[in-house]
Structure formats: C-alpha cells, structure tokens
Write a protein that binds this ligand. Structure first.
Ligand code: ADP
Ligand code: MG
Length: 394
C-alpha cells in the first residue's frame, strides 16, 4: 500500500484527511490527543514543500444548529499553535471561498476546511459517499493522504470518495495504527479483551468474533447490562439494548467459559450517592454506573495472567468521579501487566489519558470502531480503495 513517503510532494496540493473529531464543550477542546497525533504527517508534508489542505469530520451533524457546536474553527486555532504556523480556516466545505483560498496557497501553507459532515445536512452526502462530492473534493488537490484512522472502516466521500479519483496513500498515523494493531492478529496467549462503554448496539454484534479470537472476554461498562438481563438479573434503570437480549443469551451459552460478567455493580438513584450491589440485588429505581470492587478482583485474575490485553470501552460512567473507580482500577491492573496492552476507542483513550495511564500502554488507538473492525478481520473500506491501482478519471 502506498504511503505518504512514496510521493514527491513538492509544490503539490496534498489533501490530508485527518481525524480531528475531538471532544468539544462550549467551543473548548477537552482532549487534544487526536490533534497531536496528526502532527507528524502534516509536518512532514510541510517539510517537503506541499500545499496542505486538511479535511476532517467532527461529531454527527443532523440539524442546522449542530453546525455551531461542531465547527472545526477551534481545531484550526489549536493546530496553528502546535505547528507554529497560521492554519487558514475556511468556514465552508466547497465553493468559491474554498477554491480561492486554495488558489492563493504557497508551498508549506496549511488550510483547514470546515467539518466534512456539514455536507450531511442535505442528504448525508459525506456519510453516504456521494460520488459528486468525493469527485469535487478530489478536484481540489493532486495527491490524497488518508491519516484518519477513526473512520478508516467507513466509506465516506472524504475518504473513499476522494481516493477513488486521486493518487492516494496513508499517513504516518494510520501506518502506526496498523503496525500496532497487527500485534492482536497473532496474539501471545492468554489473550484477554475487556469490552465496556455505552455504544452497545454498535459493538454488541462483535461479541461473537471477539469471543472467538480471545481466551477471555471481560464485559463491563454499559455493555454488561444487556448480558446481565438476558441471564435473568434485574438491571433497574441501567442502559439496555432490548433488541440484543436474545443474542446475548445465545452468546453466554456458546461462550460460557470465555465471557466473564460483573458480579457486583455500583448503582445510584441520583448520580450523587452510590451503593454497591451484587448483581442479584439491583432495585428497579437504581442505575448501574460502574463495576464494583469484587468484579475488579475477578477481572484482575484474568488480566494478571494475560500476555495480550485489548481494552475497548470504559468500565463505568467515568466522566463522573463517583463512577470512575472501576475504569481506574482496571487501567492500573492493565498498566502493571508486562505483556502487550492495547487500548481502542475515543472515550476509552480519553479515560486512559485523563486517568494518567497513557504512557503505560503499548498503544492507544485513535479509532474505536475501526480498531474493532480490524480485530474482526474485516476489510477496512478506506484502506481497500488506496490499495486499488486503477482510479476513476474526472
Ligand atoms: P469508546 O468511545 O471508547 O468506543 P463508547 O463510546 O462505547 O466507548 O462508550 C463510552 C461511554 O460509555 C462513556 O461516555 C462512559 O461514560 C459510558 N459508560 C460506561 N459505562 C457506563 C454505564 N454503566 N452506564 C452508562 N454509561 C456508561
Ligand atoms: Mg465513544
């Protein structure tokens, strides 16, 4: 597969698809990890004298008012500081303003266009890989570099679409991600996967594959409750994916020696007070928000003896201090392990970083869904298109 280093970038208009999908609150970036991770490729392209056009998505843009929340303007400001070079922000995704700004570019200039998902407002053009949109964006550059691992498993206009029409390659971040995640393809055993988080319907379907690949699958976070309910426990008000109950019951039966569920839960009625409950003691008006200390001990037994560990999804509602102990303890246990320790998922990466464990991990993937797809062994759509030798013409 072609890489950025395979191309002569001098004086070329290089479109780099980055992953600037950072958490934002009131216009303030809460975690800059993804911006920092993108710097290597951007700096390299500048050193080589390219004219750099950056594209990225942020959040999900469903209505007009989402535009204010998900503008990439704060990203341009952060990037300017980090690159010590003014990044020109164009508040459009196409049109004259975009084209004029690009025409004026000199080598080493950097332009960031507005959130690609603003194009989702009229017919989800970006997310459905609208052909005309991909073609248009491709027409703005000479070479396309995909360095956005978070969306590498998806077929969007800003990744697959552009790569269909331009000479393409991967950036340093995507290259690093693939190299590190490759360690999970032939893992040293025992291999333990810890699955948590709240994107239940997105991830639950993978339990089958994950249980097949791993020796142990420890399930915590919001993910655990659909399994607990399917096993007959009362989960009160905890998050549930009703449609997956039957599937969970089937998984528990099929992988009874591999899937390990929590035995105690921290519950709350008001998010302020917390109570420890065995899983058979949860009451109707209680919400499960973290794994309990006995579950931490149970999970520890599996994690300590593992030679490879993959963590995807926080084990509780860690954004609230009351419910971060489980995630913290599990991070501590994983960090003490001497084997391969890989973390995947946007929120998981934030949790691991904010709790101070980032440096202790072998690798923190910037892609949640993408890292899971990689482990699943499914083709990553935006990579497949780069591998293709034949491109469509304009
Ligand atoms: P990632 O981004 O790492 O793939 P997800 O998006 O699936 O992870 O889930 C992250 C979210 O899951 C966090 O915001 C966290 O607060 C939430 N979460 C974890 N456990 C629970 C729980 N028991 N109840 C509700 N939310 C939870
Ligand atoms: Mg998430």
């Amino acid at each position: 597969m072609k890489k950025i280093t395979d191309y002569n970038l001098e004086n070329k208009k290089v479109i780099i698809r980055c992953d600037f999908n950072v958490p934002i609150q009131n216009g303030k970036i809460m975690d800059e990890t993804r911006i920092k991770e993108s710097l290597k490729t951007i700096k390299y392209a500048r050193e080589k004298g390219a004219k750099i056009i950056l594209l990225s998505h942020m959040g999900r843009v469903k209505e007009e008012k989402d535009k204010e929340k998900y503008t990439l303007k704060p990203v341009a400001e952060s990037l300017s500081k980090k690159l010590r070079k003014k990044v020109i922000f164009v508040d459009q995704t196409r049109g004259e303003k975009v084209e004029n700004a690009i025409n004026k570019m000199k080598p080493k200039d950097v332009i960031l266009l507005e959130n690609t998902r603003f194009e989702d407002l009229n017919g989800e053009l970006e997310s459905n890989n609208d052909e005309a949109l991909g073609k248009y964006w491709a027409s703005l550059g000479d070479i396309f570099i995909n360095d956005a691992f978070g969306t590498i498993h998806r077929s969007h206009a800003s990744n697959v679409g552009i790569a269909t029409y331009l000479k393409s390659g991967i950036g340093f971040l995507v290259e690093k991600e693939l190299k590190e995640l490759e360690k999970l393809n032939n893992p040293k055993r025992p291999y333990t996967i810890v699955l948590g988080g709240a994107k239940i319907s997105d991830k639950i379907g993978l339990v089958n594959v994950l249980a097949e690949k791993a020796d142990y699958l420890l399930i915590g976070g919001g993910m655990a409750f659909t399994f607990l309910k399917s096993a007959g426990f009362n989960i009160g008000m905890s998050v549930l994916d009703k449609d997956s109950l039957e599937f969970c019951a089937e998984m528990l039966k099929k992988y009874e020696d591999k899937i390990i569920l929590p035995i105690d839960i921290i519950v709350s009625k008001d998010m302020k007070t917390k109570t420890e409950r065995f899983i058979n003691e949860i009451e109707e008006d209680e919400t499960g928000l973290d794994i309990g200390p006995k579950t931490v001990k149970l999970f520890k037994q599996y994690l300590e003896s593992s030679k490879t560990i993959f963590l995807n999804g926080p084990l509780g509602y860690f954004e609230n201090e009351n419910f971060q102990n489980g995630t913290k303890q599990i991070c501590q246990i994983i960090s003490e392990n001497k084997g391969i320790k890989i973390v995947g998922g946007g929120d998981t990466a934030s949790a691991v970083t904010s709790l101070g464990y980032a440096k202790k991990m072998t690798h923190i993937s910037t892609g949640g869904g993408a890292s899971l797809k990689f482990i699943e062994g499914k083709p990553l759509k935006a990579l497949e298109i780069i591998k293709w030798k034949i491109k469509k013409v304009f």
